[in-house]
Ligand binder design. Structure first.
Ligand code: SAM
Length: 387
């Protein structure tokens, strides 16, 4: 037996040769590769709509980069923002974006094609559904803007994969990742990634809070909690919970300042330190790790989980929430592809399946496990573990 990868990126042992499912898929691929077979499937009434959907999916894959760039431009030029208040004319958009009339018209045409905006036959433009969601969520907009960095790192994706491009922008942004010198992260470094993380919590916190009832606990510690956006959301949903956060000293300091400026029922405790080298505060019946494991290698994750376990007693609960790999839903597949490549560009970590996370937690001394899906698997899946 040798360790091999499944399609979702998880490792599993395989026998000497491919099994019947893999052989069947290989046979299917040979059929689909034949133009005559595809024509037949398109002609057959039963398979026609499936075939059209497959075709549209493939075209979306081929042109995906251009669609993302249209989205980026509508955010970056302020086009979506200019449409926020209601219908406007092209001349209004020329003033708002600083683009020429010709370029506004081209951008509107492209943005309408990808359903971000809608241009009526009266000549007025408004937000379409997707555009309205993007414009109303500052987390999505922060992520879209942040992609400028990711795209620069991906300008030669083969170099990223063959290891000849390692000095990436994402590696510089996530200064703790894979460096082995987490405790030397400077306040300026921490500010850049922490602000991005805090903004993107707007898409995540509710998903986690809906998937798991933290109200059953009394004291919660968020390890690697960033500048406290998740804790703020927990506090709003469960005001009776006593909340604490642990992160690198400059990040914990940012959290302290953030909490001081917020109308919380009680001010959470902020602990600064390294979750790898320092003892974690004890006495919490719930510990959370939100988007913490996936940007570390297995050995680091194991060290962290052992440290978390050492601070916990039987009967207490660890909730791990992050994007996880899987072959199932569309959200899971998108998350596997996106976060797998994202952490590759960061130079550290892996998008793991729930089973892989459970195996690491088991090795760290946790014994009972539960997997909780979130509404959007793209955002996160939960693994709930107990010592
Ligand atoms: C990807 S961010 C997630 C932040 C937050 N949980 C969220 O979801 O918004 C990972 C966090 O882990 C923290 N971190 C990384 N290495 C650490 C270490 N050795 N000790 C403590 N915190 C660390 C980072 O500072 C960062 O805030």
């Amino acid at each position: 037996m040798v360790a091999e990868m499944t399609a979702s990126g998880s490792r599993m042992p395989v026998r000497q040769g491919p099994n019947w499912r893999t052989r069947l898929q290989a046979w299917r691929a040979r059929q689909v590769a034949r133009p005559g077979f595809r024509k037949f499937v398109q002609w057959l009434p039963l398979s026609r709509s499936y075939s059209r959907a497959q075709e549209a999916d493939l075209f979306s894959l081929v042109t995906g980069f251009v669609q993302s760039q249209i989205l980026f431009t509508t955010v970056e030029t302020g086009l979506l923002k200019a449409l926020e208040a209601g219908p406007v004319t092209v001349s209004d958009l020329v003033r708002a974006t600083g683009l020429t009339e010709d370029r506004v018209r081209r951008l509107l045409q492209a943005a309408q094609a990808v359903r971000l905006v809608s241009v009526g036959d009266d000549g007025f433009a408004t937000l379409a559904d997707q555009g309205a969601v993007v414009q109303s969520d500052r987390g999505i907009r922060a992520m879209i803007r942040h992609h400028a960095l990711l795209y620069r790192d991906l300008s030669d994706p083969v170099a990223l994969f063959n290891g000849s491009h390692t000095d990436t922008e994402l590696k510089r942004l996530w200064s703790y990742a894979g460096s082995g010198r987490e405790s030397s992260v400077r306040p300026g470094d921490a500010a850049a990634y922490s602000a991005l993380m805090a903004a993107s919590q707007s898409m995540l916190a509710d998903e986690i809070l809906d998937a798991y009832d933290f109200g059953r606990h009394t004291r919660l510690l968020d390890v690697g909690g960033g500048e406290g956006a998740f804790i703020t959301a927990v506090s709003a949903r469960h005001p009776a919970l006593t909340l604490s956060l642990f992160d690198l000293p400059p990040v914990a300091e940012r959290a302290r300042q953030r909490f001081a400026g917020e109308p919380l029922t009680q001010c959470p405790h902020c602990h600064g330190g390294s979750f790898l080298d320092d003892s974690l505060p004890r006495g919490h019946d719930c510990v959370t790790l939100v988007r913490v494991l996936f940007d570390h290698e297995d050995a680091v994750v194991l060290r962290l989980l052992r440290n978390v376990r050492a601070a916990m007693e039987p009967g207490q609960t660890l909730v791990i929430a992050e994007p996880m790999a899987g072959d199932g839903s569309r959200g899971q597949r998108l998350s596997t592809a996106y976060f797998g490549i994202y952490v590759l560009a960061m130079g550290s970590g892996r998008c793991r399946s729930p089973a892989e996370i459970i195996a690491l937690a088991q090795a760290a001394g946790f014994s009972s496990f539960d997997i909780r899906p979130c509404r959007s698997a793209l955002m996160a899946t939960l693994v709930v573990a107990r010592p």
